[in-house]
Ligand binder design. Structure first.
Ligand SMILES: Nc1ncnc2c1ncn2[C@@H]1O[C@H](COP(=O)(O)OP(=O)(O)OP(=O)(O)O)[C@@H](O)[C@H]1O
Length: 363
């Protein structure tokens, strides 16, 4: 696997006790790449190897910067990574401010492109800086850990299930901060998770792992709608597409450009030109041969059938593409009887009637 200025390259093959890790993937130098898979598939081992905390034979490069290959191995302290663990690890005897600054001091001599005030602002920490970590909620502690990792001026942020120790409410509270980081910082992130909701909300790129191997690696939309992966089989399966707000109308609806198609959604709090994630639940999409002239459904979208996958005896996933180049996939979950009665086939042009869309995340 070649190194490239535009990607993070990981190519590892080795044993850890009885566990065999054999992975090769590239991740973009921007945005969040989720390492996704069941417990024990090797996600943490990959993250620790990237940080240099484990030495599995193989190669790791961040852009053209080689951190490890068959001839060299950079020790952990020479790898500029910020590491955020499942459980926030703050110094209990230091205030939040000093915990944050600890990261900055360790990065002394670096260019300091990530500023203290910006991190405090982005993570909503200004009212907490003089507190002791003992007087923070779990979500607040995790925000401070992220701030400290960022102020160490990393080239890469490694996050190992940073939300898994939080309850649902704390997760919901912290997710917007992740989204703000995503929008405002250009540091690439490798995020370990086994929560598909986190993947939908945060990831740009997905590396799916199983038993120490890479099963799939691609941009998020492609991975979620790949019929060879299990995502599409879940009852509440949703595709996620990136879009840009083009208009917010006085009646509260926003127009979103998704690969050249206009999708309307509730526009609360949206601004023109903002990038959004449009989440389309498969069971909210029905199909018609022609555009209905009278319908309460706002999004009647021309699409092309890419493939039809039976889902049990009664249903099918009809994979659809919005874009003329065949990309931008989403799925309609319909009955097999409807597939037969409309005589739906791959390559057919149809009208997708999208009953509702939600904006999974804004950035
Ligand atoms: N030091 C070690 N010695 C031997 N085996 C190990 C060691 N560390 C991890 N393993 C094994 O390697 C495999 C992968 O572990 P890893 O922690 O990378 O999985 P994971 O996908 O991150 O799992 P989880 O989601 O539960 O954290 C597991 O079978 C684990 O038991």
């Amino acid at each position: 696997m070649q190194t490239s200025a535009q990607s993070i390259m990981v190519n590892l093959e080795g044993r850890l006790g009885s566990f065999m890790l054999d992975v090769a993937f590239q991740a973009p130098m921007r945005g969040i790449t989720a390492l996704f898979g069941p417990s024990g598939c090797g996600k943490t081992t990959i993250l620790r190897s990237v940080a240099g905390l484990r030495h599995i034979p193989g190669a790791i490069a961040i852009g053209t910067d080689v951190w490890q290959n068959s001839r060299s191995f950079r020790p952990p302290h020479e790898r500029p990574v910020g590491y955020v663990f499942q459980e926030p690890s703050l110094f209990p005897h230091l205030s939040v401010r000093r915990n944050l600054v600890y990261g900055r001091d360790r990065a002394a001599g670096s260019s300091g492109a990530i500023r203290f005030d910006d991190v405090v602002d982005l993570l909503g920490l200004s009212h907490l800086v003089d507190r002791d970590p003992a007087h923070l909620s779990g979500g607040e502690r995790q925000r401070v850990s992220i701030g400290r990792a960022l102020l160490s001026q990393p080239r890469l942020l490694l996050m190992d299930e940073p939300l898994s120790a939080l309850d649902r409410m704390a997760k919901d509270e912290i997710l917007p901060y992740f989204e703000a980081l995503h929008a405002n910082l250009s540091i690439p992130v490798l995020l370990v998770t086994h929560d598909i909701a986190e993947v939908e909300r945060l990831a740009d790129h997905l590396v799916v792992l199983k038993d120490g191997r890479v099963v799939h690696a691609s941009p998020l939309n492609e991975a979620l709608t790949d019929p060879n992966l299990p995502f599409g089989r879940s009852r509440d399966f949703a595709a996620v597409l990136a879009g840009t707000v083009t208009r917010v109308d006085p009646d509260g609806l926003a127009a979103i450009d998704v690969f050249g198609t206009e999708i309307l959604a509730i526009g609360d709090g949206l601004d023109v030109n903002q990038t959004v994630r449009v989440r389309i639940v498969a069971s909210d999409v029905s199909l018609a041969r022609d555009r209905a002239t009278q319908s309460s459904i706002l999004n009647l979208v021309p699409a092309r059938i890419v493939g039809i996958d039976p889902m049990g005896a009664a249903e099918a996933n009809v994979r659809l593409s919005l874009a003329t180049d065949g990309s931008a996939h989403f799925v309609a979950r319909v009955s097999r009887r409807s597939v037969a009665s409309l005589d739906l086939r791959a390559d057919d042009r149809v009208v997708a009637q999208i009953k509702s869309v939600s904006l999974a995340a804004t950035r």
